[in-house]
Design a protein around this ligand. Structure first.
Ligand SMILES: CC(C)(COP(=O)(O)OP(=O)(O)OC[C@H]1O[C@@H](n2cnc3c(N)ncnc32)[C@H](O)[C@@H]1OP(=O)(O)O)[C@@H](O)C(=O)NCCC(=O)NCCS
Length: 154
């Protein structure tokens, strides 16, 4: 799986991306960080897909999606774009690649949680066709609440 865009591409992440993935994780999120051990596990898991958006300068963004066995729902667990690369459509392209991966796993719906105070991410998901269907109070490590969003994958 690989998708080309004007100035970046999206491909499955590999062990050689680990340092950059962790640096992005620390820079993009204040809580609920994925650890190196968790990334290692997800990179080799049949029920997880880790995608990397890259250009000649290295990692621009990443997305982690889970495909739980026995479910028709994929879960977009994490997405982040380097501050220097935001506003260029990298997240939009990552979500499209996540949807393709979910379809390849025969999933018919894509779900995610987002902090209620994360206006940029909420705008991204609503723009890309996700609808709000619930909430999870105190979902994050710092006690912040989450909205739940879903997108059908026809
Ligand atoms: C949220 C985030 C992933 C967006 O990444 P991005 O690559 O800049 O987003 P894109 O350029 O693909 O934007 C796609 C659409 O999302 C919306 N959007 C993205 N950033 C936005 C912002 N800061 N304000 C309002 N809308 C925004 C817009 O509708 C945009 O479409 P448009 O440019 O055609 O109007 C990025 O800001 C980020 O990594 N934030 C920190 C980590 C994070 O919050 N992750 C989400 C956790 S749930």
């Amino acid at each position: 799986m690989s998708a080309a865009h004007s100035d970046f591409s999206i491909r499955p992440a590999s062990a050689s991306d680990l340092d950059a993935l962790l640096a992005l994780e620390r820079a993009a999120f204040t809580t609920d960080h994925l650890s190196r051990r968790q990334y290692r596990r997800h990179l080799h898991s049949a029920t997880a897909t880790v995608l990397a958006a890259v250009d000649a300068g290295g990692l621009l963004g990443k997305a982690v999606v889970f495909h739980r066995a026995g479910s028709d729902i994929a879960r977009l667990y994490s997405i982040a774009v380097e501050a220097r690369a935001r506003g260029r459509g990298v997240a939009k392209a990552l979500v499209a690649a996540v949807e393709a991966a979910a379809r390849a796993h025969a999933r018919t719906r894509l779900r995610l949680e987002v902090r209620k105070d994360n206006a940029a991410a909420i705008a991204l998901y609503e723009r890309l066709g996700f609808h709000r269907f619930g909430e999870k109070p105190g979902f994050y490590e710092d006690g912040a609440d989450a909205w739940r969003y879903e997108k059908p994958l026809p």
